[in-house]
Each structure stands twice: as structure tokens, then as C-alpha cells.
Ligand binder design. Structure first.
Ligand SMILES: C[S@@+](CC[C@H](N)C(=O)[O-])C[C@H]1O[C@@H](n2cnc3c(N)ncnc32)[C@H](O)[C@@H]1O
Length: 242
């Protein structure tokens, strides 16, 4: 597997993702109501610290869940969540691998790929759609979202979120710059502020990110044999086309 882009920032990811998941919760749980847990497990790919995995388990209480997560530090948070809850321990299996190495059963009840698609190259993405489609037949959803930008462009650095924990505040800000025909580099700044607002520690991490527009994603999914629709917050739900 390639080097873990979250090796350094992993400490911050769960804390700084909570706001985003509060917004994503409604459209994703809405889409998850189309899941087919009787057909097979629901897979959360690039599960990170498990915020989506938890939503799957809550929204589809009978489902077996597979969480695929290559980053050791994010996986540690995910496993800690699962270990603390008997119900989740029984239902969720973690695969410590990336999309190219995951081992999935022939039939699935649904797939979640949230806040992760930009990590895949266009070729990886197309292999991913093709691999999942027969597993989702006849009618289980692939739920995927896009994050900005939708084309290679400059995004000036701006604050994302700020979360007080005890006497410290955890802050994430970021900006992007073009890095090729369909790529940007996100530069994320992570800060811990003390109670007077002074910077206690700070570091910067760069993430290469493949970009595509919502229409390009819909076209790609259509070409791969799905009927796909875009919903709130660029959450796309794709069902295998019959
Ligand atoms: C921004 S995080 C999102 C995590 C989680 N889905 C969420 O929304 O909270 C991106 C995730 O994709 C994972 N990832 C990166 N490259 C991947 C790959 N090739 N296959 C599977 N997961 C990958 C990362 O390890 C990370 O957990």
C-alpha cells in the first residue's frame, strides 16, 4: 500500500470531521434506507475513524458491515469505537487494506464511499465502479460524495472548523492549488490553540486529490452501468441499471 497520507494528521481527523458528518448524516441515512441488508453486508470503503460506519449500523440495524480502512492511525480510532460497543463488535468487520486489496463477498447490501473518492486515480475509480456493480445487483445502492473543488482551481486557505476540547481548541484550515489536468493538492493546516488563543502547535499536511464535477461523476457511473442521481450536498446514489 502507498504511504499513509494521514500518518501525521490522524490525531485531528475524527475531531475535525464531526461537523461535516452532522450535515452529511441526513442525506446519507436517507440513501441508506434503500440498502438491501438481506442481500449481503454493507461496506464502508475508506471508513476512516468510523463516523460513517456508525451511521450505517444505526440506520440499518440488521446489517452486517465491512469497514475497509488502510490508515493505521484512523483504523485505531475506528477499532476503538467498535471495541467499546458490543453490538458493533458483533456486526462490523474491519479490513486493514485499500480498495485495490479489499476482499468482498459476491453480493453486497450497499456501499458507502464518503469523503474518499478523490484519493483514487481515474483508472482506480473506474475499476472500483466495475468491481462493485455485479455485487450490488439487483438493487443495492452505491453512495458516494464529492468534495470541492470540482475542477483544478485555486482555493485560498480558509478555516474549516474549530473544536474546543478542554482548555485546547483544535482547528483545521486549508486551501488547494491545481496539480495537473484532474488534480489539486490540498494543503491543510492543523493547529492546537491554548486557552488564550495562542498557537500551541501547528503543522501542515499536503494531500493529492483527484477532482471531478458532479456531472462527470454521474456520466462515469452511467457508463459503468448504474442509474445515478445527485442529492443534497453532492451525495450521489447509484443503483445497478437493469
Ligand atoms: C477524508 S478521509 C474520510 C474518512 C471517512 N469516510 C469519513 O468520511 O469520515 C479519507 C479516507 O480514505 C481512505 N483512503 C485513502 N486512500 C484509499 C484507498 N486507496 N482505498 C481505500 N481507502 C482509502 C483514508 O485512509 C481515509 O480514511
Amino acid at each position: 500500500m502507498p504511504a499513509d497520507p494521514y500518518a501525521e494528521s490522524g490525531e485531528f481527523i475524527d475531531v475535525l470531521s464531526q461537523d461535516a458528518w452532522r450535515a452529511l448524516g441526513a442525506p446519507i441515512s436517507d440513501a441508506l434506507r434503500q440498502a438491501a441488508p438481506g442481500q449481503g453486508p454493507i461496506v464502508d470503503i475508506g471508513a476512516g475513524t468510523g463516523l460513517g460506519t456508525l451511521l450505517v449500523a444505526d440506520t440499518v440495524p440488521d446489517a452486517e458491515v465491512i469497514a475497509v480502512e488502510p490508515s493505521p492511525i484512523l483504523r485505531a480510532v475506528l477499532l476503538s469505537r467498535l471495541a467499546a460497543n458490543d453490538g458493533l463488535r458483533r456486526r462490523v468487520t474491519v479490513q486493514a487494506i485499500d480498495v485495490d486489496g479489499m476482499r468482498l463477498p459476491p453480493r453486497l447490501g450497499g456501499v458507502l464511499a464518503i469523503n474518499m473518492i478523490g484519493h483514487l486515480t481515474p483508472a482506480q475509480r473506474r475499476r472500483f465502479w466495475a468491481d462493485l456493480r455485479p455485487r450490488l445487483e439487483p438493487a443495492a445502492p452505491l453512495i458516494v460524495n464529492l468534495q470541492p473543488p470540482t475542477e483544478p482551481t485555486v482555493i485560498p486557505e480558509s478555516p474549516f472548523t474549530s473544536v474546543p476540547i478542554g482548555r485546547r481548541t483544535y482547528q483545521g484550515s486549508g486551501g488547494a492549488r491545481p496539480a495537473g489536468d484532474d488534480m489539486v493538492t490540498w494543503t491543510m493546516r492543523y493547529r492546537i490553540l491554548d486557552e488564550d488563543g495562542a498557537v500551541d502547535s501547528e503543522f501542515v499536511a499536503e494531500y493529492p486529490w483527484h477532482v471531478l464535477s458532479p456531472q462527470d461523476l454521474l456520466d462515469e457511473l452511467t457508463a459503468a452501468g448504474y442509474a445515478a442521481t445527485a442529492r443534497e450536498l453532492d451525495v450521489v446514489v447509484a443503483l445497478p441499471r437493469t
